[in-house]
Ligand binder design. Structure first.
Ligand SMILES: [Zn+2]
Length: 370
C-alpha cells in the first residue's frame, strides 16, 4: 500500500510536470487529482421513492453511499482530493452541479443514483453504469428521461434550452464535446460494474450509454451509477441495509483505485513519450481521424489498416492510437472520416490537436469558427 501511495504521488507530480495530455490529465490547478462525487437528487427532489416501504428514498441512499465513498477515498488515498456537489439534503440544480465540476478543475466526476421501474414495484434488478452516448434501447431511454426530468422542477429552465436529447444535432454537439473523455469514462464504468459483480456479488446489467445532463456538461471523464432498483423489494432492502451500502461503497472504491492505477501506468509512459518525442509537428489546430487504439505497435502501412494510407500514431499511456489523415480543415477531415468508415472503421471519430496536443474537439471547432 505504501508503495502504491508513493507511486500515486509520483504519478501526480509527473502529470503536472509534463502535462502531455491536456484534455485528460492537466485539468487540476492544484497538486491533487480531484474526484467530484455527485449524490443524485436531494432536498425537494427525492428521486425514486421505491416501493414505499421505507421512509428513505433514492436521494438518501445516494447521499449515504457518496459520503462513505468520499470518506474511504480520503482515508486510503489521501493524495486524492474529494469534493461533493452536495453533502447534505439540499438540491443543487443539474446545471449548478456541472458548473461546479468544471469550475473546480475536477479530474473525475461520479454521479450516484438508484434505479426504478415505472410503477411502484417491478421485477428488474441489478446495477448499471452509464457514460454519455446514444441508445435506442427503451429501458435506457427511460432511465435518462427520469434522471433528467428534475429539470422541469427547477426554477430557471432557461439554462437548459440547448439541451435536447431528442434532437440529433444537439446530441452530436454533446457527443463531440465529450469525445476526448469517453475512453476513460468507459474504462471506469467497466471497473465499477465488474466490482459490483465480484465484490458486492450483485447482478450487473452492464455499462450503458445515454444522454444524461450531468454527463453531457461535465468536461472530464464522467459516469452515472445506478446502484440498483428501489422498485425491486429485495434490492431495495439490500440498498437500505448497512451491509448493502458498505458493499456498494467498497466496490466503487475498488473501481476508483483501479482507475487511478490505470492512469498511473499511463503516466510512466507519458514521461517516456515526452522525453523522446521530437517537437510536435503541428501548429495551431489540426484534425485527424482516430481509427484504432492498441497496446501493440503496428507499422503505419496500408496493409495494416484496411488499405488506408496517411496513417500516423501517437503513444498515449500504454496505448498506441492510430490516426488517419491530417488536416487543418474540418470539412476535409470529415471526408477522411467517411472513407475510414467505408474501410471498416465504423466507430472512428475526429480528434483535434492544438500545437500537437490533443484538445476537446468542441474547443477546436469554437476556435476555427471565431
Ligand atoms: Zn436518480
Amino acid at each position: 500500500m505504501q508503495t502504491y501511495k508513493l507511486s500515486l504521488f509520483v504519478f501526480i507530480i509527473i502529470v503536472l510536470t509534463f502535462s502531455f495530455n491536456t484534455a485528460l490529465y492537466s485539468q487540476s490547478s492544484s497538486n491533487n487529482f480531484v474526484i467530484m462525487i455527485d449524490p443524485g437528487h436531494g432536498g425537494k427532489d427525492s428521486g425514486t421513492p421505491g416501493t414505499g416501504r421505507y421512509r428513505t428514498t433514492e436521494k438518501d441512499i445516494a447521499l449515504d453511499v457518496s459520503l462513505a465513498l468520499g470518506k474511504m477515498i480520503q482515508e486510503k488515498i489521501p493524495t486524492v482530493k474529494v469534493v461533493y456537489t452536495r453533502s447534505n439534503d439540499i438540491y443543487p440544480t443539474l446545471n449548478g452541479r456541472t458548473i461546479l465540476a468544471n469550475k473546480k478543475d475536477v479530474d473525475l466526476f461520479i454521479s450516484i443514483h438508484c434505479n426504478a421501474q415505472p410503477g411502484r414495484t417491478g421485477s428488474a434488478y441489478g446495477s448499471e453504469t452509464y457514460v454519455l452516448g446514444t441508445t435506442k434501447n427503451k429501458q435506457n431511454l427511460e432511465v435518462a428521461k427520469r434522471e433528467n426530468s428534475v429539470i422541469a422542477l427547477e426554477d430557471n429552465t432557461e439554462v437548459y434550452k440547448d439541451f435536447n436529447p431528442d434532437s440529433p444535432e444537439s446530441v452530436l454537439g454533446l457527443m463531440i464535446a465529450q469525445e476526448a473523455y469517453l475512453d476513460h469514462s468507459i474504462k471506469l464504468a467497466r471497473y465499477i460494474e465488474d466490482e459490483f459483480q465480484v465484490t458486492a456479488k450483485r447482478k450487473s446489467r452492464g455499462v450503458k450509454q445515454n444522454i444524461f445532463y450531468v454527463l453531457a456538461y461535465t468536461y472530464m471523464p464522467s459516469v452515472l451509477v445506478e446502484l440498483g432498483f428501489l422498485t425491486h423489494k429485495k434490492e431495495e432492502d439490500f440498498l437500505n441495509s448497512k451491509r448493502g451500502k458498505e458493499l456498494m461503497t467498497k466496490s466503487l472504491f475498488n473501481a476508483v483505485e483501479k482507475y487511478l492505477q490505470y492512469l498511473n501506468v499511463n503516466a510512466n509512459d507519458i514521461v517516456f513519450v515526452e522525453e523522446n518525442s521530437t517537437k510536435p509537428p503541428f501548429k495551431n489546430i489540426e484534425f485527424k481521424v482516430q481509427i484504432a487504439a492498441s497496446s501493440k505497435e503496428l507499422e503505419t502501412k496500408p496493409y495494416n489498416f484496411n488499405g488506408l494510407d496517411d496513417i500516423s500514431l501517437i503513444k498515449e499511456g500504454s496505448l498506441y492510437r492510430y490516426f488517419y489523415g491530417c488536416s487543418p480543415n474540418y470539412e476535409i477531415i470529415k471526408q477522411f472520416e467517411e472513407k475510414a468508415r467505408k474501410n471498416g472503421y465504423e466507430s472512428c471519430f475526429v480528434v483535434a490537436f492544438k500545437d500537437g496536443k490533443k484538445i476537446p474537439l468542441i474547443d477546436a471547432l469554437k476556435t476555427i469558427s471565431n
